[in-house]
Write a protein that binds this ligand. Structure first.
Ligand code: AHR
Length: 525
């Protein structure tokens, strides 16, 4: 009798605690024959602004530095970025771009100026045109330059592009050669202004449109190799939210583009959207719990409605989707770390940020027909960074590892995944428990990404596969004991990917996902 009572007591305890330990089950269906749009590798783009230690110390230490470098550019950072296969880097800003004058950053004598946007510090201009192009060459990425519309002139921007791209022996080309680069540079993307509705000059949509037409007309790329298919793509300033002010902005630019004449054109419209629950940013990047975890992830999912809203306007004027929606500033923006310069936007990067990045990249991939480029803010030491540095030390963040796990999705073909995501609830916030994307790479291999948002429960996944005879599946999972775990200089391997395998049987693939994890697996056939 006593024994029976003990057993039933044990059962009650198990039942009561079960919700916190039992795995949930989610079924996914993937039909590999139903291919969608290409996941443009440019959605994995980066952003490096002259802001805090994003460029100086993060990339540039100078040729005389004891930190190992190649022509002044950190070797450790270059090696880490090469592994990410960074497709493009947006430079020099951000708000900085609309106060940047390129001539101050070329030649043997650099002009020291100020950086009023970001801490009012001295801008040495030692990292300029040639240094950024060298850096891009070292990491194997394309240039996405933002020209100064706010405080510059069309002539200044046009001359910069002539200096960079002409192969004819003009005075500017000879100056470029004298500065060490006789061959013309290739510039893949050109941003015409930055947030011209705010730090870029507080312009109305109509005023910006008149500037856009002028810059688009006169800022030309002369590189003979870029006159055909490799043409430089011009990206206009787009919206920064979803209110009437922003929908009007998209309307004005897209409507004008629909009726544009031969003398001006654009290829992309930018969208800026940070994950920031309150402004000024108040959420901590370290030392938070499940409440803040769920609030931030809820906020990040608002990217979906923003993309939908602006895509719908673009569809009206551009049903053929010629103009890309370029999300060239996105990521988490938290309160700066105590003791740091408030103008330097220094924050840590936790497991939560890797999950946030996965959710955003999945949204971009699902909208791949329109969202063909994106740039996380920012690459090093600023906001949601890939890399943190402190003098000679370097640490790779959870977001870095997440981007590394997504490399196989670059230029892969999207394959739709159908699933019932289930729900994870914390207080008054309910989020989809699971998110997933799949894609076929150029070699025909299937890649599947599954995020378990739930920080408490494991999820048992069963994937029904059609259009493929799967033999085995394996990959990596990124998780950590706590949602706010970070990689520090002292403990750099707290949040790193670990190998994971999946069972394949009878056309089905099954695996268990850890709570708060991102898993990427490839399927062998
Ligand atoms: O990424 C930091 C700043 O955020 C950029 O300079 C600006 O474009 C945006 O407001």
């Amino acid at each position: 009798m006593m024994r029976a009572r003990l057993v039933s007591l044990a059962l009650i305890i198990v039942t009561l605690t079960a919700p916190f330990v039992a795995a949930q089950k989610v079924d996914l269906t993937i039909d590999v024959s139903r291919a969608g749009a290409k996941i443009d590798r440019n959605i994995f783009g980066q952003f490096a602004e002259h802001l805090g230690h994003g460029v100086y110390e993060g990339i540039w230490v100078g040729p005389g530095s004891p930190i190992p470098n190649t022509r002044g550019i950190r070797n450790d950072v270059v090696a880490a970025l090469k592994a990410l296969k960074v497709p493009n880097v947006r430079w020099p800003g951000g708000c900085f771009a609309d106060e940047y004058h390129w001539r101050k950053g070329i030649g043997p004598q650099r002009v020291e100026t100020l950086n009023p946007n970001w801490g009012g510090v001295i801008e040495p201009n030692s990292f300029g045109t040639h240094e950024v192009m060298d850096f891009l060459d070292q990491i194997g990425a394309e240039a996405y330059l933002s020209v100064n519309v706010g405080s510059g002139t069309p002539q200044e921007a046009a001359e910069w592009l002539e200096y960079l791209t002409t192969s004819q022996p003009t005075t500017l080309a000879r100056e470029r050669a004298a500065n060490g680069h006789p061959a013309p540079y290739q510039i893949a993307f050109l941003g015409i202004g930055n947030e011209s509705w705010d730090c870029g000059g507080n312009m109305t949509a109509d005023y910006y449109l008149s500037q856009l037409k002028i810059y688009s007309r006169f800022v030309r790329n002369f590189n003979p190799a870029q006159q055909g298919k490799q043409q430089m793509l011009k990206i206009a300033v787009g919206p920064g939210g979803d209110g009437p002010r922003w929908t009007e902005w998209t309307e004005v630019v897209m409507k004008a583009w629909q009726n544009h004449q031969w003398s001006w054109d654009i290829n992309g419209l930018s969208l800026h959207n940070y994950t920031v629950v309150r402004w000024p940013p108040a959420f901590a990047s370290v030392g938070f719990g499940e409440v803040e975890y769920s609030q931030i992830l809820k906020s990040t999912l608002e990217m979906e409605s923003l993309i939908n809203k602006h895509s719908a306007i673009m569809d009206k004027y551009d049903p053929q989707k010629k103009i890309a929606l370029v999300v060239d500033e996105w990521g988490a923006w938290y309160a700066q770390l105590p003791g740091t310069n408030p103008g330097f936007l220094v924050q840590q990067n936790s497991l939560r940020d890797a999950i946030l990045a996965a959710l955003n990249l999945n949204m971009f991939a699902r909208h791949g027909d329109r969202v063909r480029m994106a740039n996380i803010a920012q690459m090093i030491n600023v906001l949601q960074a890939m890399i943190l540095t402190d003098k000679e030390k370097m640490v790779l963040t959870p977001t870095y590892y997440l981007f590394k796990m997504y490399v196989p999705f670059q230029d892969a073909t999207f394959v739709p995944v159908t699933f019932n995501a289930g729900a994870y609830t914390r207080g008054d916030i309910t989020l989809p428990r699971v998110d997933a994307i799949a894609a076929k790479d150029k070699a025909g291999k299937l890649w599947v990404e599954i995020t378990n948002v739930d920080p408490n429960q494991r999820v048992e996944i069963e994937v029904s596969l059609a259009g493929i005879t799967a033999k085995s599946a394996a990959g990596e999972t990124l998780t950590a004991p706590k949602v706010d775990n970070v990689n520090s200089f002292e403990a750099p391997n707290t949040v790193v990917p670990k190998p994971v395998s999946a069972k394949v049987q009878g056309g089905k693939l099954s695996l268990k996902l850890e709570p708060k994890s991102v898993t990427v697996i490839s399927v062998e056939q």
